[in-house]
Write a protein that binds this ligand. Structure first.
Ligand code: CP3
Length: 344
């Protein structure tokens, strides 16, 4: 089958005939078909059954007409393979009963061999590449965001224990970041080898850090990871929420595409990351509940700014919320395509 390469072209900052679009959390509870599957299977079960997992991954591609598929999984899946049991609580998020707090806790974590303990993920990718007509994005959580769940034991408002470990016991923090970096590198290389055509690292909560702390405690790890993944040749995307003040350092990591949340206008984001990176974003996901003319006005303004340079991918500023109507995302996808191809 012929695959539409719009998304990959935009990642490489090549000229495109229309702006590619996909949505973070494009497979999920806002879809009646997904909710139906979830009546019978848990999230982790879906991830473990390649036929089911590839079906769920493909659902938004056919339903919305987006230009990329993102592997259906969760950032916690490889954490389980590192030897840490977790549970995903509906409406809450990941919960870990035995958090990582000491040198011995970090020592116990394994760097998994993806071919062994994550083979179901790789098999899903193989299956997807057989019949997808758009590029497949693989992903992982980035070390800070994974560490936040592992150290806190669940979602957190202030990341007290995470920051305590980081600033108060830096050697243990560094060994945790190093271990997570090794996991991310082998896991992403395995996903790429299996067929993933781009990689996104979700650092959802890294925006909780002051820029100096990001620079000291996280940036070296991210540089190491992106540097190690460069040789694969696939586009590398780095995304975080509330990361406006960190964007210039995101650009130093070696990522090719920077995901931008809705708090930073696209022109400012371009200024902060420079010309060498593609940008992805950034409609406020809550604005999908606004009347259509308002959504259209906001999408237009994002596209007008995005189209000023090569290398723009339309997305939301964070994931699709469960209450969103499928029809709104369908209309938005069609609008992005139509409006950006006229501009061309
Ligand atoms: O984008 C996609 O379509 C791919 C699927 C995907 C999921 N999780 C499936 C999922 C992706 C990319 C993720 C990443 C993820 N998981 C992140 C980073 C992205 C972000 O949103 O910031 C984070 C922080 C997690 C941890 C996590 N898992 C949370 C906070 C939740 C929500 C808990 C809730 O009920 O509100 C989950 C569960 C989860 N992962 C769902 C989905 C579709 C919710 C639906 C369900 O339980 O079936």
């Amino acid at each position: 089958m012929i695959s539409s390469d719009l998304f990959l072209q935009a990642c490489r900052r090549e000229p495109v005939t229309q702006v590619p679009v996909w949505y973070m959390r494009q497979a999920g509870r806002y879809q009646p078909e997904y909710r139906k599957i979830r009546e019978k299977y848990s999230l982790v079960e879906i991830c473990q059954i390649p036929e089911l997992c590839s079906q769920v991954t493909k659902l938004p591609v056919t339903q919305l007409g987006v230009d990329a598929a993102i592997l259906f999984s969760d950032i916690m899946i490889p954490v389980g393979a590192m030897g840490l049991d977790f549970e995903i609580k509906e409406g809450v998020g990941p919960i870990i009963d035995t958090p990582v707090r000491s040198a011995a806790d970090v020592e116990r974590l394994r760097v998994p061999d993806p071919e062994e303990s994550l083979s179901h993920v790789l098999e899903t990718i193989h299956m997807l590449r057989q019949d997808l007509t758009v590029p497949l994005i693989g992903f992982s959580g980035a070390p800070f965001t994974l560490a936040s769940y592992m150290v806190e034991g669940g979602p957190s408002r202030h990341y007290v224990r995470t920051k305590q470990l980081m600033a108060g016991n830096t050697p243990v923090w560094n060994s945790l970041m190093n271990k997570l970096a090794e996991m991310v590198i082998v896991y992403m290389k395995a996903q790429i080898k299996a067929g993933a055509q781009a990689i996104q690292l979700f650092d959802s909560w890294v925006g909780s850090l002051a820029p100096d702390d990001f620079q000291t405690y996280v940036l070296p790890t991210m540089k190491h990871i992106f540097n190690a993944l460069q040789e694969t040749g696939v586009p590398l995307i780095y995304f975080g929420v509330t990361s406006g003040e960190l964007l210039s350092m995101f650009a130093e990591t070696g990522a090719n595409v920077i995901g931008v949340d809705w708090r930073v206008p696209i022109r400012s984001a371009r200024h902060r990351v420079g010309q060498a990176k593609a940008l992805q974003g950034n409609l406020d996901p809550v604005m999908l509940f606004a009347p259509w003319p308002e959504i259209e006005r906001r999408a237009k303004s994002i596209l007008d700014a995005g189209l000023e340079e090569n290398g723009f991918i339309f997305n939301l500023g964070h994931g699709v919320l469960p209450e969103v109507e499928v029809a709104v995302l369908q209309r938005l996808t069609a609008f992005v395509h139509e409006y950006s191809s006229q501009k061309w």
